[in-house]
Design a protein around this ligand. Structure first.
Ligand SMILES: [Zn+2]
Length: 157
């Protein structure tokens, strides 16, 4: 037993923790393997404010990983929905913007959990047809990217 070599516990250099290429989190925090993307009929476009790039949480990126057809874009403005999405959108009117703003559902004559409202915050006619025809949803994060400013950020949404 004279050949006892030192145990191979070479200390890992502290700064050499690699990031996961998918979620960009440090690998010890990565949960990509546990994510099963949802095969949703509706596409998802997540617009992330540049100042919201929290590396530790990465909530927007993680959200995108949960859907098979989701695109995450970081920036302040895009010339069009197609440009933001990186593919041609034949009918931007079939894209809805997730709005959690000041329109009060109690003021609208509806008992639905999700309602389609127009730019003025008024309830749309033909709720069923509109919601059924939705092709994609735009979701924005961050203080500067609220749907109130969506018209600036992206004409047509
Ligand atoms: Zn990951």
């Amino acid at each position: 037993m004279s050949n006892q070599s030192a145990p191979e516990t070479s200390p890992a250099p502290a700064e050499a923790i690699p990031d996961c290429p998918r979620c960009l989190k440090p690998l010890p925090l990565c949960i990509c393997d546990s994510i099963t993307p949802i095969d949703s009929r509706i596409s998802l476009l997540i617009l992330q404010h540049p100042q919201e790039q929290d590396r530790a949480l990465g909530t927007a990126r993680l959200t995108a990983l949960h859907f098979k057809d989701a695109v995450l874009k970081i920036g302040l403005s895009w010339p069009s929905l197609s440009k933001a999405l990186g593919r041609q959108v034949s009918d931007p009117s079939r894209w809805a913007v997730l709005y959690l703003g000041s329109a009060k559902v109690a003021d609208l004559e509806t008992d639905r959990d999700i309602v389609a409202i127009n730019r003025k915050g008024e309830i749309e006619d033909n709720q069923r047809a509109i919601l059924k025809d939705i092709e994609g949803i735009v979701l924005s994060t961050g203080p500067g990217a609220r749907p109130r400013r969506c018209g600036d950020a992206m004409p047509g949404c």
